[in-house]
Structures are given as structure tokens and as C-alpha cells.
Design a protein around this ligand. Structure first.
Ligand code: GTP
Ligand code: MG
Length: 234
């Protein structure tokens, strides 16, 4: 039999044992409770990953192309949960965390083309059991640093033995170019503790513009290719 604990990724498990919300002593939730709490998010993640996997497989089967390049997922560690909820000024009670932290379960989907980003978002949000809690379109409105990505908070029902839990899952969908940029920006940000020197920031903004131009060019080329295909087939 699989212990509930084993369903939780090893690093998170280790942290649960060694450091149950060290930064929030008053949380005082027993490790068992915390495991159960984390488990529903893990199930929410599984539900979304299954949906994405089905879309990916079905798409490859029926269209011979695949709008999804990579899928990554993560559960926020208990320490980051405690850190974030305290930083935002909320309590550490499970109810407070449930209400205020919508990114405990996170999925990141990378696509080749911008139009695929919206296509994948549509395919997910159209599903009957998916409720969209929040959409942030940083592709239409990039962040001041140049960050681009489509963020959705989805609410997914998870059917447990005695109840149904509605679990929020953050889904970030972006192109490979946007992902490349975000990965580097994240590293630089980490190195400078969020205080990136002005010159470097400018270069990052420039790089984001270049990435955006590449995405638009690739999109145009693909559209053109599609149109040529149609003409040649006539
Ligand atoms: P958080 O408190 O960070 O969760 O922000 P938020 O709740 O206002 O949500 P937002 O949609 O702005 O960002 C959520 C997530 O998107 C972050 O946790 C990062 O994973 C990613 N993200 C947002 N902005 C940036 C950015 O400028 N650079 C990078 N590399 N990632 C970002
Ligand atoms: Mg977040």
C-alpha cells in the first residue's frame, strides 16, 4: 500500500518532517495534517497534468502537430508557503492559506507559438469541470521588466473518499522564447536579491523585446507556411 506521504515529492516530504513551517511556529499543524493539506494540492496538480497530457496526446494523434512543447509542475514547499502567507500579512491557518495562496500547485506549459499559448488556454478553460478564478495576460500587457506569460488560476474539483475539494492550480503558459527569458531573469534576480542594477535591467528589457519580436516573426512564418500549404494543395 502506498502511504499518503509517499505521494508527496521527496524534497517536500523531507521538509515536512524536518521543518514543519519553521517560520511560522504558531501554525503548529501536525505533520500529518500538513501532509493531508498538501495532498489535495498534489491531486489538483495531477488533475491538471492529466488534462494537459490528454490534450497533448489527442492533438498529436488527430493533427500531427503538437501545440505543447514542455510541461513542468511543482508544489510549493511548506516553508515557502509559510513565508509567502506571512509576507502578505495573512494567518497561517489552513483556511487562510487556502483562501490567499492560489499558487501552491503550479503547472508551466511551454508552446512554440504565441497562438498556441491561447489555444491551449482555451482548450483547458472550456472544460466543464474547470473554473477560471483569475487570468493575467502578461503577453498582452508585459510587466515593466519585460516579463511575458499567460497566467491562469484554475479551480479543479478533486474527488476524495468523503468529499469534493475545489483546488486552485496556477497555470503559466508561454512560448519557448518567453520561457528562456524568464529563466534567465529569475537567475539574475536571485543573484541580485531582487535589486537588479539599472544597466542590466535595461539589457533584460531589450532581450524581452527581442524575444517578443522573434515570437511574432515565427508566428508570421507559420501563418505564411499554412497559406502556402493551402495554395499548393489546390
Ligand atoms: P507572486 O506573489 O509572485 O505569486 O505574484 P502574483 O500573485 O502577483 O502573481 P503573478 O501572476 O504576477 O506571478 C506569479 C508567478 O509568475 C511568479 O511566482 C513567477 O513564477 C512568475 N513571474 C511573475 N513575474 C515574473 C517576472 O518578472 N520574472 C519571472 N522570471 N517570473 C515571473
Ligand atoms: Mg505566485
Amino acid at each position: 500500500m502506498i502511504e499518503a506521504d509517499q505521494l508527496i515529492p521527496r524534497p517536500v516530504r523531507r521538509e515536512l518532517r524536518a521543518n514543519p513551517f519553521e517560520r511560522g511556529a504558531e501554525l503548529g499543524t501536525a505533520v500529518g495534517d500538513l501532509s493531508a493539506f498538501m495532498m489535495t494540492y498534489k491531486f489538483g496538480l495531477d488533475e491538471v497534468l492529466t488534462k494537459v497530457g490528454i490534450l497533448r496526446e489527442e492533438f498529436t494523434f488527430t493533427h500531427d502537430v503538437n501545440p505543447i512543447e514542455h510541461v513542468k509542475s511543482r508544489l510549493k514547499s511548506p516553508a515557502s508557503i509559510a513565508e509567502k502567507v506571512l509576507r502578505k500579512g495573512y494567518g497561517l491557518q489552513p483556511e487562510s492559506i487556502r483562501r490567499h495562496l492560489l499558487d501552491i500547485a503550479g503547472v508551466r506549459i511551454t508552446c512554440s507559438f504565441i497562438s498556441d499559448v491561447y489555444r491551449v488556454a482555451d482548450m483547458l478553460t472550456r472544460q466543464q469541470d474547470v473554473k477560471v478564478i483569475r487570468t493575467r495576460d502578461y503577453i498582452r500587457d508585459p510587466k515593466p521588466n519585460g516579463y511575458q506569460s499567460l497566467h491562469l488560476i484554475l479551480e479543479i474539483p478533486v474527488f476524495l473518499s468523503d468529499r469534493v475539494e475545489l483546488v486552485p492550480v496556477e497555470v503559466q503558459i508561454r512560448t519557448a522564447a518567453m520561457d528562456f527569458w524568464a529563466g534567465l531573469e529569475h537567475k539574475i534576480n536571485y543573484k541580485y536579491h531582487g535589486d537588479i542594477p539599472a544597466g542590466l535591467m535595461e539589457e533584460l528589457q531589450e532581450a524581452a523585446t527581442v524575444a517578443g519580436n522573434l515570437d511574432r516573426k515565427m508566428e508570421r512564418l507559420r501563418t505564411e507556411l499554412g497559406q502556402r500549404d493551402v495554395v499548393e494543395r489546390r
